[in-house]
Ligand binder design. Structure first.
Ligand SMILES: Cc1cc2nc3c(=O)[nH]c(=O)nc-3n(C[C@H](O)[C@H](O)[C@H](O)COP(=O)(O)OP(=O)(O)OC[C@H]3O[C@@H](n4cnc5c(N)ncnc54)[C@H](O)[C@@H]3O)c2cc1C
Length: 317
């Protein structure tokens, strides 16, 4: 049986919901799929994954994997794919998968397609649609081999239902001594925020360059986001100016989001920013320049459709 191995991300406590969207692509590829989780102390996380219709939840649980060091993780992923004879290793597009999966593809000596938006099966071969040039164009590509590493854009695939009978949880045994030691974990610098995760929030408020300083950014962008129960994002200009931390950046070189409601405050709508927001359901822009490019993607529509979506987004926070 052809197997896809779907890499699931977590924050040590919970599964990161966008990483579940890769399961939807795995279902479209056909055949069986198993879910792979790496880390330490994964019992609860593994138990939360058993109903997604996978053949197994494969758990690489070891103190050596406590920190997501890319060289170790890639080695374990490649070894799991080899031992299980998985034809496809699949993750969702994220900072984590960008770090780990290209290395796994190199170790497996297979090609990789990133940011898959859709697939098409024709005459037994698969082609992949993916954005290029900051999302201003779409390319359709084919691979010469049937073994592959893929990442799926979470915003392009629906969240999968978790309504299947529970599958087994299998422990993946690997030789810890043979893991590479090219990277050493030194420290973790983590921001604890009471706000929802940027990639999962129903409402996102993003701020741009004219917010000028950190205090004004937090007061206006953070204040509006908190009032709406939403997440905070920023343009690269705002991040580079030190108004917002790096992990707030939305766009081509930041996070790709698709909330129910996006509100851009003082954002021009550069192509690199739009690449990260254009799948948002309702786009609201606050800008004093009526010719700013963001108005080309801002929502124009029937109040009877838009306002209920708006209310729905606010209810979901
Ligand atoms: C390779 C590459 C990758 C990049 N990746 C990203 C990325 O991932 N994400 C990203 O965001 N950018 C990215 N950029 C940068 C991008 O090109 C833009 O420079 C950036 O998005 C602009 O940010 P901004 O809209 O905040 O600023 P600006 O473009 O300066 O726009 C500010 C807007 O605020 C409006 N404004 C000013 N004052 C007010 C006011 N008082 N009230 C209301 N409106 C006001 C102005 O009319 C203007 O439209 C990338 C660039 C490159 C080259």
């Amino acid at each position: 049986m052809v197997e896809t191995l779907v890499l699931i991300e977590h924050d040590r406590h919970c599964v990161k919901r966008p990483s579940l969207h890769g399961i939807t692509l795995a279902r479209q590829l056909g055949g069986e799929y198993a879910l792979l989780v790496l880390g330490q102390g994964l019992d609860e996380i593994a138990a939360s994954l058993v109903s997604y219709g996978a053949s197994a939840v494969v758990v690489a649980d070891d103190p050596a994997l406590t920190e997501p060091l890319a060289d170790r993780y890639a080695t374990v992923i490649a070894e799991a794919a080899r031992k299980r004879d998985s034809r496809t290793v699949l993750g969702t597009s994220s900072t984590f998968s960008k770090d780990v999966l290209p290395r796994a593809a190199a170790l497996l000596d297979v090609p990789m397609v990133t940011d898959v938006l859709a697939i098409e099966e024709k005459n037994g071969s698969t082609s992949y649609r993916r954005p290029v040039n900051a999302g201003s164009m779409l390319a359709t590509v084919k691979l010469e081999t049937d073994r592959r590493v893929l990442t799926a854009r979470a915003t392009a695939f629906e969240a999968p239902a978790a309504d299947a009978a529970a599958c087994p949880i299998e422990r993946f045994e690997f030789d810890v001594a043979s893991l590479p030691n090219g990277m050493e974990f030194i420290s973790r610098d983590q921001r604890i925020s009471g706000r929802p995760d940027l990639t999962e929030a129903a409402v996102v408020v993003c701020g741009g360059r004219p917010l000028k300083d950190k205090e004004t950014f937090e007061r206006l962008v953070g204040g509006l986001a908190d009032g709406l129960g939403g997440a905070v994002g920023a343009t690269r200009a705002a991040v580079d100016a030190g108004m917002a931390p790096n992990d707030y950046q939305v766009g081509q070189t930041g996070k790709v989001i698709a909330p129910q409601l996006y509100i851009g405050i003082g954002i021009s709508g550069a192509i690199q920013h739009l690449a990260g927001i254009k799948d948002s359901r309702v786009i609201v822009a606050i800008n004093k320049d009526p010719d700013a490019p963001i108005f080309q993607v801002a929502t124009i529509g029937d109040l009877h459709q838009i306002v209920p979506q708006f209310i729905d987004a606010l209810r979901r926070g």
